[in-house]
Write a protein that binds this ligand. Structure first.
Ligand code: UDP
Ligand code: UDP
Length: 443
């Protein structure tokens, strides 16, 4: 399994979107720490500026990593019937997966195994199976989502059907078809690595390990919580400076991740809600899915009136912020989140109560993890992203509830303590990776 120098050579194949790329790079750093040689396969053209910048910073920080550039055959978004540019990139890679074969087989020294993104599974497994190359998955979502994924189109009894995103209820759509194909290919993989840990998702991890969900499910390695790399630090200091001057636990941080745009109407209701809550707030506004298209100024998006009302209560930014640093500030006492999985794990680590407002995809299922743990709320009644306008008054009331709930604060402190314990050397990731490497040397 290892090369002549005794080291494993691992290739990483992320798909696209910061929520997929970040956990890959965080895992990459752990693998390097374990003396693995790495090849990072990057797909071009890269969709967002955030991804391009992160990839170049990462490769400069780790010059020992080999970059292999993959340029798939472009797809026509109209013919493919896909509007989301990140999803289009997933589909583009899938349809050009055969072109990965020469790229993978020319790796020197030969690869020990590859780690593939979930969105690409069924198309990549046929390539790696022909090359007899072991293939692992890095699941960028929750174990709860993985439990659905592993038996789809069946739905585990622990997950209400209403928690599935509307896009997955359309059984004829291409998203559902890919999801289903990927799910069906799971048993051909050697294992699933996941950014989760026992105390965060005990029930789902046990269910996955029990073998009761699906026959032939490969082993799941919970490696979480993943921690950010030093190189992810960015120089946008204004939010951190502003937070330094706020009272302890007085600020609500609002962000919907890297690829969720809100309608102007909903953004303005949210702004009114924040003002009505009477709390201080740090709000990252996003009106476009891809950062390169974010050309409108805050004045235009929020309107003059709202901008005036906000002035004394909060700070609003439109740029990429250092979420990890923000969550670690004493002044921050609550988080309004779409519940992308990375954000959920980061909130857990920091012991931050979450007002979960899922917008799409796996986010409702992820938010249910927080709700079940008692350290946040999952706003089911607010519907899915674009199909429902939530009024400012209602938002304001829920923010007050979030910031004043003592029971949630206690649960948060508990989960944070466990998460920090897990991320100490020798715990969680380290031990799991050792188990993984041991299983590899046996095969
Ligand atoms: N993030 C960040 N700054 C931003 C927006 C996002 O640091 O301005 C990070 C966030 O901390 C998380 C990731 O980007 O690690 C987003 O992943 P998540 O799964 O939460 O949501 P997605 O963006 O995939 O919807
Ligand atoms: N997924 C998949 N195939 C697809 C789309 C999604 O296998 O074509 C899986 C994948 O594991 C992904 C999860 O479903 O992480 C949730 O999808 P979503 O659109 O929410 O992507 P994410 O928010 O994770 O970027």
């Amino acid at each position: 399994m290892s090369n002549s120098d005794g080291n494993l050579h691992v290739a990483l194949l992320p798909s696209s979107g910061m929520g997929h790329l970040l956990p890959y790079l965080r895992l990459a750093a752990s693998l390097i720490h374990h003396q693995c040689s790495l090849t990072l396969i990057t797909t071009h053209p890269i969709v967002s500026s955030a991804e391009s910048q992160l990839i170049s910073t990462f490769l400069s920080a780790f010059p020992q990593i080999t970059q292999k550039k993959f340029t798939p055959i472009p797809l026509d978004p109209v013919a493919a019937n896909i509007t989301d540019p990140f999803q289009l990139q997933w589909e583009t890679i899938r349809q050009s997966a055969h072109l990965l074969s020469p790229l993978i087989s020319s790796s020197s020294p030969p690869l020990s195994f590859i780690i593939t993104d979930m969105t690409l599974m069924s198309s990549v497994i046929s390539v790696t199976a022909k090359l007899c190359l072991p293939n692992y998955i890095l699941c960028t979502s929750s174990a709860r989502m993985l439990s659905l994924f592993s038996c789809f189109p069946s739905i585990p009894s622990s997950i209400p059907k209403e928690s599935l995103p509307p896009i997955l209820l359309d059984s004829n759509g291409s998203f559902t078809k890919n999801f289903s194909d990927n799910s069906g290919s799971l048993k051909h993989f050697n294992g699933v690595l996941i950014n989760s840990f026992e105390e965060l998702e005990n029930e789902s991890l046990e269910m996955l390990a029990s073998g009761n969900l699906t026959e032939g499910l490969p082993p799941v390695f919970p490696l979480g919580p993943f921690l950010p790399l030093e190189l992810e630090r960015i120089s946008l200091l204004a939010p951190l400076k502003w937070l330094e001057n706020q009272e302890e636990s007085s600020v609500v941080y609002v962000s919907f991740g890297s690829r969720t745009a809100m309608s102007k109407e909903q953004i303005r209701e949210l702004g009114n809600g924040l003002v009505l809550s009477g709390c201080k707030f740090l709000w990252v506004v996003k009106s476009k899915v891809v950062d390169k298209e974010e050309e409108n100024g805050l004045d235009e998006i929020l309107g003059h009136q709202l901008m005036k009302k906000i002035e004394n209560n909060g700070l609003v930014v439109k740029e990429w912020v250092d979420q990890w640093q923000i969550l670690s500030q004493k002044a921050v006492g609550g988080f309004i989140s779409h519940c992308g999985w990375n954000s959920v794990v980061e909130a857990a680590w920091h012991g931050m109560p979450v007002l979960g407002w899922p917008q799409q995809g796996d986010q409702m299922i992820n938010a249910e993890v927080i709700e079940a743990g008692g350290w946040g709320l999952c706003m089911k009644s607010w519907g899915w992203g674009s199909n429902h306008l939530v009024k400012g008054v209602e938002i304001g009331d829920k923010i007050k509830e979030l910031m004043g709930n003592q029971r949630m604060k206690m649960e948060c402190a508990r989960i944070s303590e466990v998460a920090k314990q897990r991320s100490k050397a020798g715990e969680g990731c380290e031990n799991m990776l050792k188990t993984l490497f041991q299983s590899l040397t046996k095969s």
